[in-house]
Design a protein around this ligand. Structure first.
Ligand code: KG4
Ligand code: ZN
Length: 344
């Protein structure tokens, strides 16, 4: 266990289709720089992420991205005190690229390599913003692979309050976008289309909104959209109206469950993290509801909403400060499936 944070941490993120690299000065608490290469254009032709291509592209990108980052920050690998990487969950091959790079570099430098849970990175990422939240808080993690509500009492102290029973929120956005003829990933495109849509033209279900618990279900929404799309001629206005109806439904459910989670836990701070947290309508609705309830909502900087290396470096720094970073040796593995609330 490493009790004190080293001065400089390199953060590596390769769990899916973004290669992220960041330099975090843990002593000063400053992000010196970060860079993300998105593989979206490469996977677009296939309508989703192709794991083998993702791994190969991470291999191609990591060294040049890291070199450029060191140069711009005026630092050298020899200045590093630790190398942090995403250990899971994610695509096994893609994770292995980041883990192998991190361990090789750390072994060469004689510093620890720290494996980080991807979702821990996301939920701590608002701590890098200009207005960081204090513990404890409720965290809504909404990404392409996860939709979870967590109670966060401190670094490494996470309790799962509820999660999706089927599709993740981002997955629902992406699948619905495909039904509306939009490219991959569909979240941002669908939300732009929804801005031109008229509210109330179509009424979609609000799955599990009255279930009384903190669970979610989004697969029915996409089926409801499919039924709508099959019935009508897909004019531009029709597609925009359906996008708006979908976004209204999903936002209403997410907001209702966040408010319920704060009520149940008696917590007054909400943190929203993960790609869907970039959604404007979700942010506007959460801002309004928390303001009227006298509670507060926090987001990561927009550029840190999607996958990045900065959140991985930060999580490693905080774990080291808390004495929670297991180090030792470079016989490593990755965890493609990994429950954040499970004990390490
Ligand atoms: O956290 P993230 O970058 O990757 C992981 O899944 O870990 O999240 C990506 C997801 C995708 O499903 C994408 O469509 C969605 O976040 N997303 C959005 C928006 N921006 C990204 N969904 C809705 N509105 C957005 N503005
Ligand atoms: Zn993510």
């Amino acid at each position: 266990m490493y009790q004190n944070p080293p001065v400089l941490i390199l953060g590596i993120e390769t769990s899916c289709d973004e290669t992220g690299v960041a330099l975090y000065d843990a002593a000063a608490g400053i992000l010196l720089g970060h860079v993300v290469h998105s593989q979206v254009a490469m996977h677009e032709a296939y309508g989703g992420v192709v794991p083998e291509l993702a791994s190969r592209d991470h291999i191609r990108r990591l060294v040049p991205l890291a070199r450029g980052l060191f140069e711009r920050a005026g630092r050298a690998p020899g200045d590093l005190g630790a190398v942090a990487y995403t250990e899971g969950p994610g695509l096994a091959g893609a994770l292995l690229v980041g883990a192998a790079f991190a361990h090789a570099l750390a072994a060469a430098l004689g510093v620890p390599a720290i494996g980080i849970h991807h979702l821990e990175g996301h939920l701590l990422s608002p701590l890098l913003s200009a207005r960081p939240p204090e513990f404890p808080f409720v965290a809504l993690l909404v990404s392409g692979g996860h939709t979870q509500l967590m109670r966060v009492d401190g670094v490494g102290r996470y309790e799962l309050l509820g999660e999706t029973q089927d599709d993740a929120a981002g997955e629902a956005f992406d699948k619905t976008a495909t039904l509306l003829g939009l490219g991959y990933p569909g979240g941002p495109a669908l939300s732009q289309l929804a801005e031109r849509g008229q509210a109330g033209r179509h009424n979609l279900p609000r799955p599990m909104i009255a279930s009384g618990d903190l669970e979610f279900s989004f697969s029915g929404l996409k089926t409801a959209v499919l039924t709508l799309v099959r019935r009508a001629e897909a004019t531009e206005q029709f597609r925009a109206d359906v996008a708006r109806a979908f976004q209204d439904a999903i936002v209403e459910v997410l907001v209702a469950k966040c408010m319920l989670a704060m009520e149940r836990t008696n917590l007054t701070r909400l943190v929203v993290a993960g790609g869907v947290g970039a959604n404007k309508q979700l942010r506007a609705a959460l801002n309004a509801r928390t303001a009227s309830a006298g509670t507060e909502v926090y987001y990561p900087e927009l550029e840190l909403c999607t996958d990045n290396g900065a959140m991985i470096a930060l999580a490693a720094a905080l774990r080291m400060q808390a004495g929670l970073a297991a180090g030792g040796g470079h016989a490593f593995t990755v965890r493609p499936r990994w429950d954040l609330a499970a004990p390490r």
